[in-house]
Design a protein around this ligand. Structure first.
Ligand code: SDX
Length: 428
C-alpha cells in the first residue's frame, strides 16, 4: 500500500502521509493540510469520516461487530472479569494482579464518602428533576469539594483522583435515586463488593436489612462492563475536548454526562422503554411503529436500533439480550415488554428498510428491560449507563492528557453575510 495520499486542488497536487493502526485501520494525516493548500480545510458533519485521535483504549469493528477493551474481547471480559478489574484494565492498560486489584478496591472504598454538604445540594433538587441533570450537577460540584486540580504528570495525583471519583460517583448515583423516592441517603457498607454496595445503597429500605440477590449483582456487574467504554462516541469525545482545555477531570466528566443524556446517545435506553410501553399500551401493534420509523415525514425513530459505527449486530446487544432472558427467568418475572422487544427485533431484522440501512439492535435496546426487572426507575437508566461508562471516560481523558493532545478547536466554513456597514436604528 502507498504510504501517502494525493489531493489535487486547482491542478496543484498535495501529498499527505497515511498512518496505519495496530488493527490495520488507515487514516490520512491532514495535520498540514491548511498550510500546504493555503487555507483549504475538510468538513465532515458528525465526524462520520474523521478521526479525532490515536487511542489504545478500545477497538471496535462496526462491520464485524467486534469490541475489545485493551485487546480483550467484550465477550471474555463480560464472562470472566468483574467491573473493577475492567475499570483498572481500561484506565491503566493491563489487567491488575491480585495485589493491584485488592489495593484498587481498598483505595476506592477509602474514598467512598461524600462531604455531608453535598447532601444539601441533593436535597435542593425537586423530586421531579431528571436524574441525569442531578448527577451532572453533583459531579461538577465534586470539584468544589475537591478543589486541587489533578496534576496529570504525577502518577500518584492521577491515581488519587481516579479512586476518588470511582468511590464517590456510585454514592451520588444512589443518592440521586433515593432523593426522588423520598428515602434517606444511605452510605452503603465497605465490607461489600463494589457492585453489591451499589445495589445496597440504591435499594436498602430504612426499616429492614438488605438481602443481596446474586442474580442482580451478576447482571449489574455485566451491564457495567458492557457499558464501560466505546472509543470516540459522543460523550467520550465531549470528555476529551473539555479536558483538552486542561479543565479538571470532574468538570470534564460532568460535561460527558450531559452529552450522554441525549436520546440519540445514552438517553436511548430510557427512550426504548418508553417506546415499548407506548406500543404495549397501544395494543402491541408493532407494525404501526415500524411504519412510523420508516416514514420520512414522521420524526419517530425505532429507539435502540441503528448505530453510527455498528453496521452489524452490536456485540453488547447480543450479550444483554441473553442476560435479559436469564435475569427475568431467575427472578420469575414475566415482562410483556420483553416479548414486544423480541417481536420488534424480529420484524426489523426482516424488513428491507432496516436491512438496507444496516440497522440492528444496539446496546440500549435490551438493557432497560434488565434495569426495570431490577426495580430501577426508567428515568434512572441513563444514569446507570453513566455509572458503567465512567472508567472509559477516565481512561480516555487520562490518555488524552498523557499524550499532551492539543486543545480541541475545529475549523468551519462560514456561510453567513459578507461584510456590510452598520445602519443606525432610526435608518433601518
Ligand atoms: C449509543 O457512538 C457510540 O458508540 C454510542 C454508544 C456508546 O456505547 O457510546 O454505542 C451508545 O448511543 C447507541 C445508540 C443509541 N441511540 C439510539 O438507539 C437512537 C436511535 N438510533 C438513531 O437515532 C441512529 O441510528 C443513531 C443516532 C444511533 C446513528 O445515527 P447516524 O449514524 O447519524 O445515522 P443516520 O441518522 O444518518 O441514519 C442513516 C439512515 C437514515 O435514513 P436515510 O436518510 O438514509 O433514509 O438510517 C435511518 C435514518 O433515518 N435510521 C433510522 C434509525 N437510525 C437510523 N430509522 C429509523 N429508526 C432508527 N433508529
Amino acid at each position: 500500500m502507498a504510504n501517502t495520499a494525493t489531493i489535487e486542488i486547482n491542478g496543484e497536487k498535495h501529498e499527505f502521509p497515511l498512518i496505519e493502526g495496530t488493527e490495520k485501520e488507515v487514516a490520512i494525516d491532514i495535520t498540514n493540510l491548511r498550510t500546504a493548500t493555503k487555507g483549504v480545510i475538510t468538513i465532515d458533519p458528525g465526524y462520520k469520516n474523521t478521526g479525532s485521535c490515536e487511542s489504545g483504549v478500545t477497538f471496535l469493528d462496526g462491520e464485524q461487530g467486534i469490541l475489545r477493551y485493551r485487546g480483550y474481547s467484550i465477550e471474555e471480559l463480560a464472562e470472566k472479569a468483574d467491573f473493577l478489574e475492567v475499570a483498572y484494565l481500561l484506565i491503566f492498560g493491563e489487567l491488575p494482579t491480585k495485589e493491584q486489584n485488592d489495593k484498587f478496591h481498598e483505595d476506592i472504598k477509602a474514598e467512598a464518602v461524600v462531604d455531608e454538604d453535598v447532601k444539601k445540594i441533593v436535597e435542593s433538587f425537586p423530586k421531579s428533576a431528571h436524574p441525569m441533570g442531578v448527577i451532572a450537577s453533583l459531579t461538577s460540584a465534586l470539584t468544589a469539594f475537591n478543589p486541587s486540580s489533578v496534576n496529570v504528570d504525577s502518577e500518584e495525583d492521577m491515581y488519587r483522583a481516579i479512586v476518588k471519583i470511582l468511590g464517590k460517583f456510585p454514592v451520588l448515583v444512589a443518592w440521586t435515586l433515593r432523593k426522588k423516592q423520598g428515602l434517606p441517603l444511605d452510605y452503603g457498607d465497605d465490607s461489600l463488593g463494589y457492585v453489591e454496595n451499589i445495589l445496597k445503597m440504591m435499594f436498602k429500605k430504612p426499616n429492614k436489612e438488605y438481602t443481596q440477590n446474586k442474580v442482580l449483582v451478576n447482571a449489574l456487574d455485566k451491564l457495567l462492563i458492557l457499558h464501560a467504554d466505546h472509543e470516540q462516541n459522543c460523550s467520550t469525545s465531549t470528555v476529551r475536548i473539555v479536558g483538552s482545555s486542561h479543565a479538571g477531570l470532574f468538570a470534564s466528566l460532568s460535561a460527558g454526562i450531559s452529552a450522554l443524556w441525549g436520546p440519540l446517545h445514552g438517553g436511548a435506553n430510557q427512550a426504548v422503554l418508553e417506546m415499548l410501553e407506548a406500543i404495549k399500551n397501544d395494543g402491541g401493534d408493532t407494525k404501526k411503529y415500524m411504519a412510523k420509523a420508516k416514514d420520512k415525514n414522521d420524526p419517530f425513530r425505532l429507539m435502540g436500533f441503528g448505530h453510527r459505527v455498528y453496521k452489524n449486530f452490536d456485540p453488547r446487544a447480543r450479550i444483554i439480550k441473553k442476560a435479559a432472558d436469564e435475569v427475568l427467568g431467575d427472578l420469575g418475572v414475566q415482562d410483556p415488554i420483553l416479548d414486544i422487544a423480541k417481536g420488534l427485533e424480529k420484524e426489523a431484522l426482516e424488513d428491507a428498510y432496516f436491512v438496507d440501512r444496516k440497522l440492528y439492535p444496539n446496546v440500549d435496546f435490551y438493557s432497560g428491560i434488565i434495569y426495570r426487572a431490577m426495580g430501577i426507575p426508567t428515568d434512572m437508566f441513563t444514569v446507570m449507563f453513566a455509572l458503567g461508562r465512567l472508567p472509559g471516560w477516565i481512561a480516555q481523558w487520562r490518555e488524552m492528557r498523557l499524550r499532551k493532545e492539543p486543545i480541541g478547536r475545529p475549523r468551519q466554513i462560514y456561510i453567513g453575510a459578507t461584510e456590510r456597514k452598520f445602519v443606525p436604528v432610526d435608518e433601518r
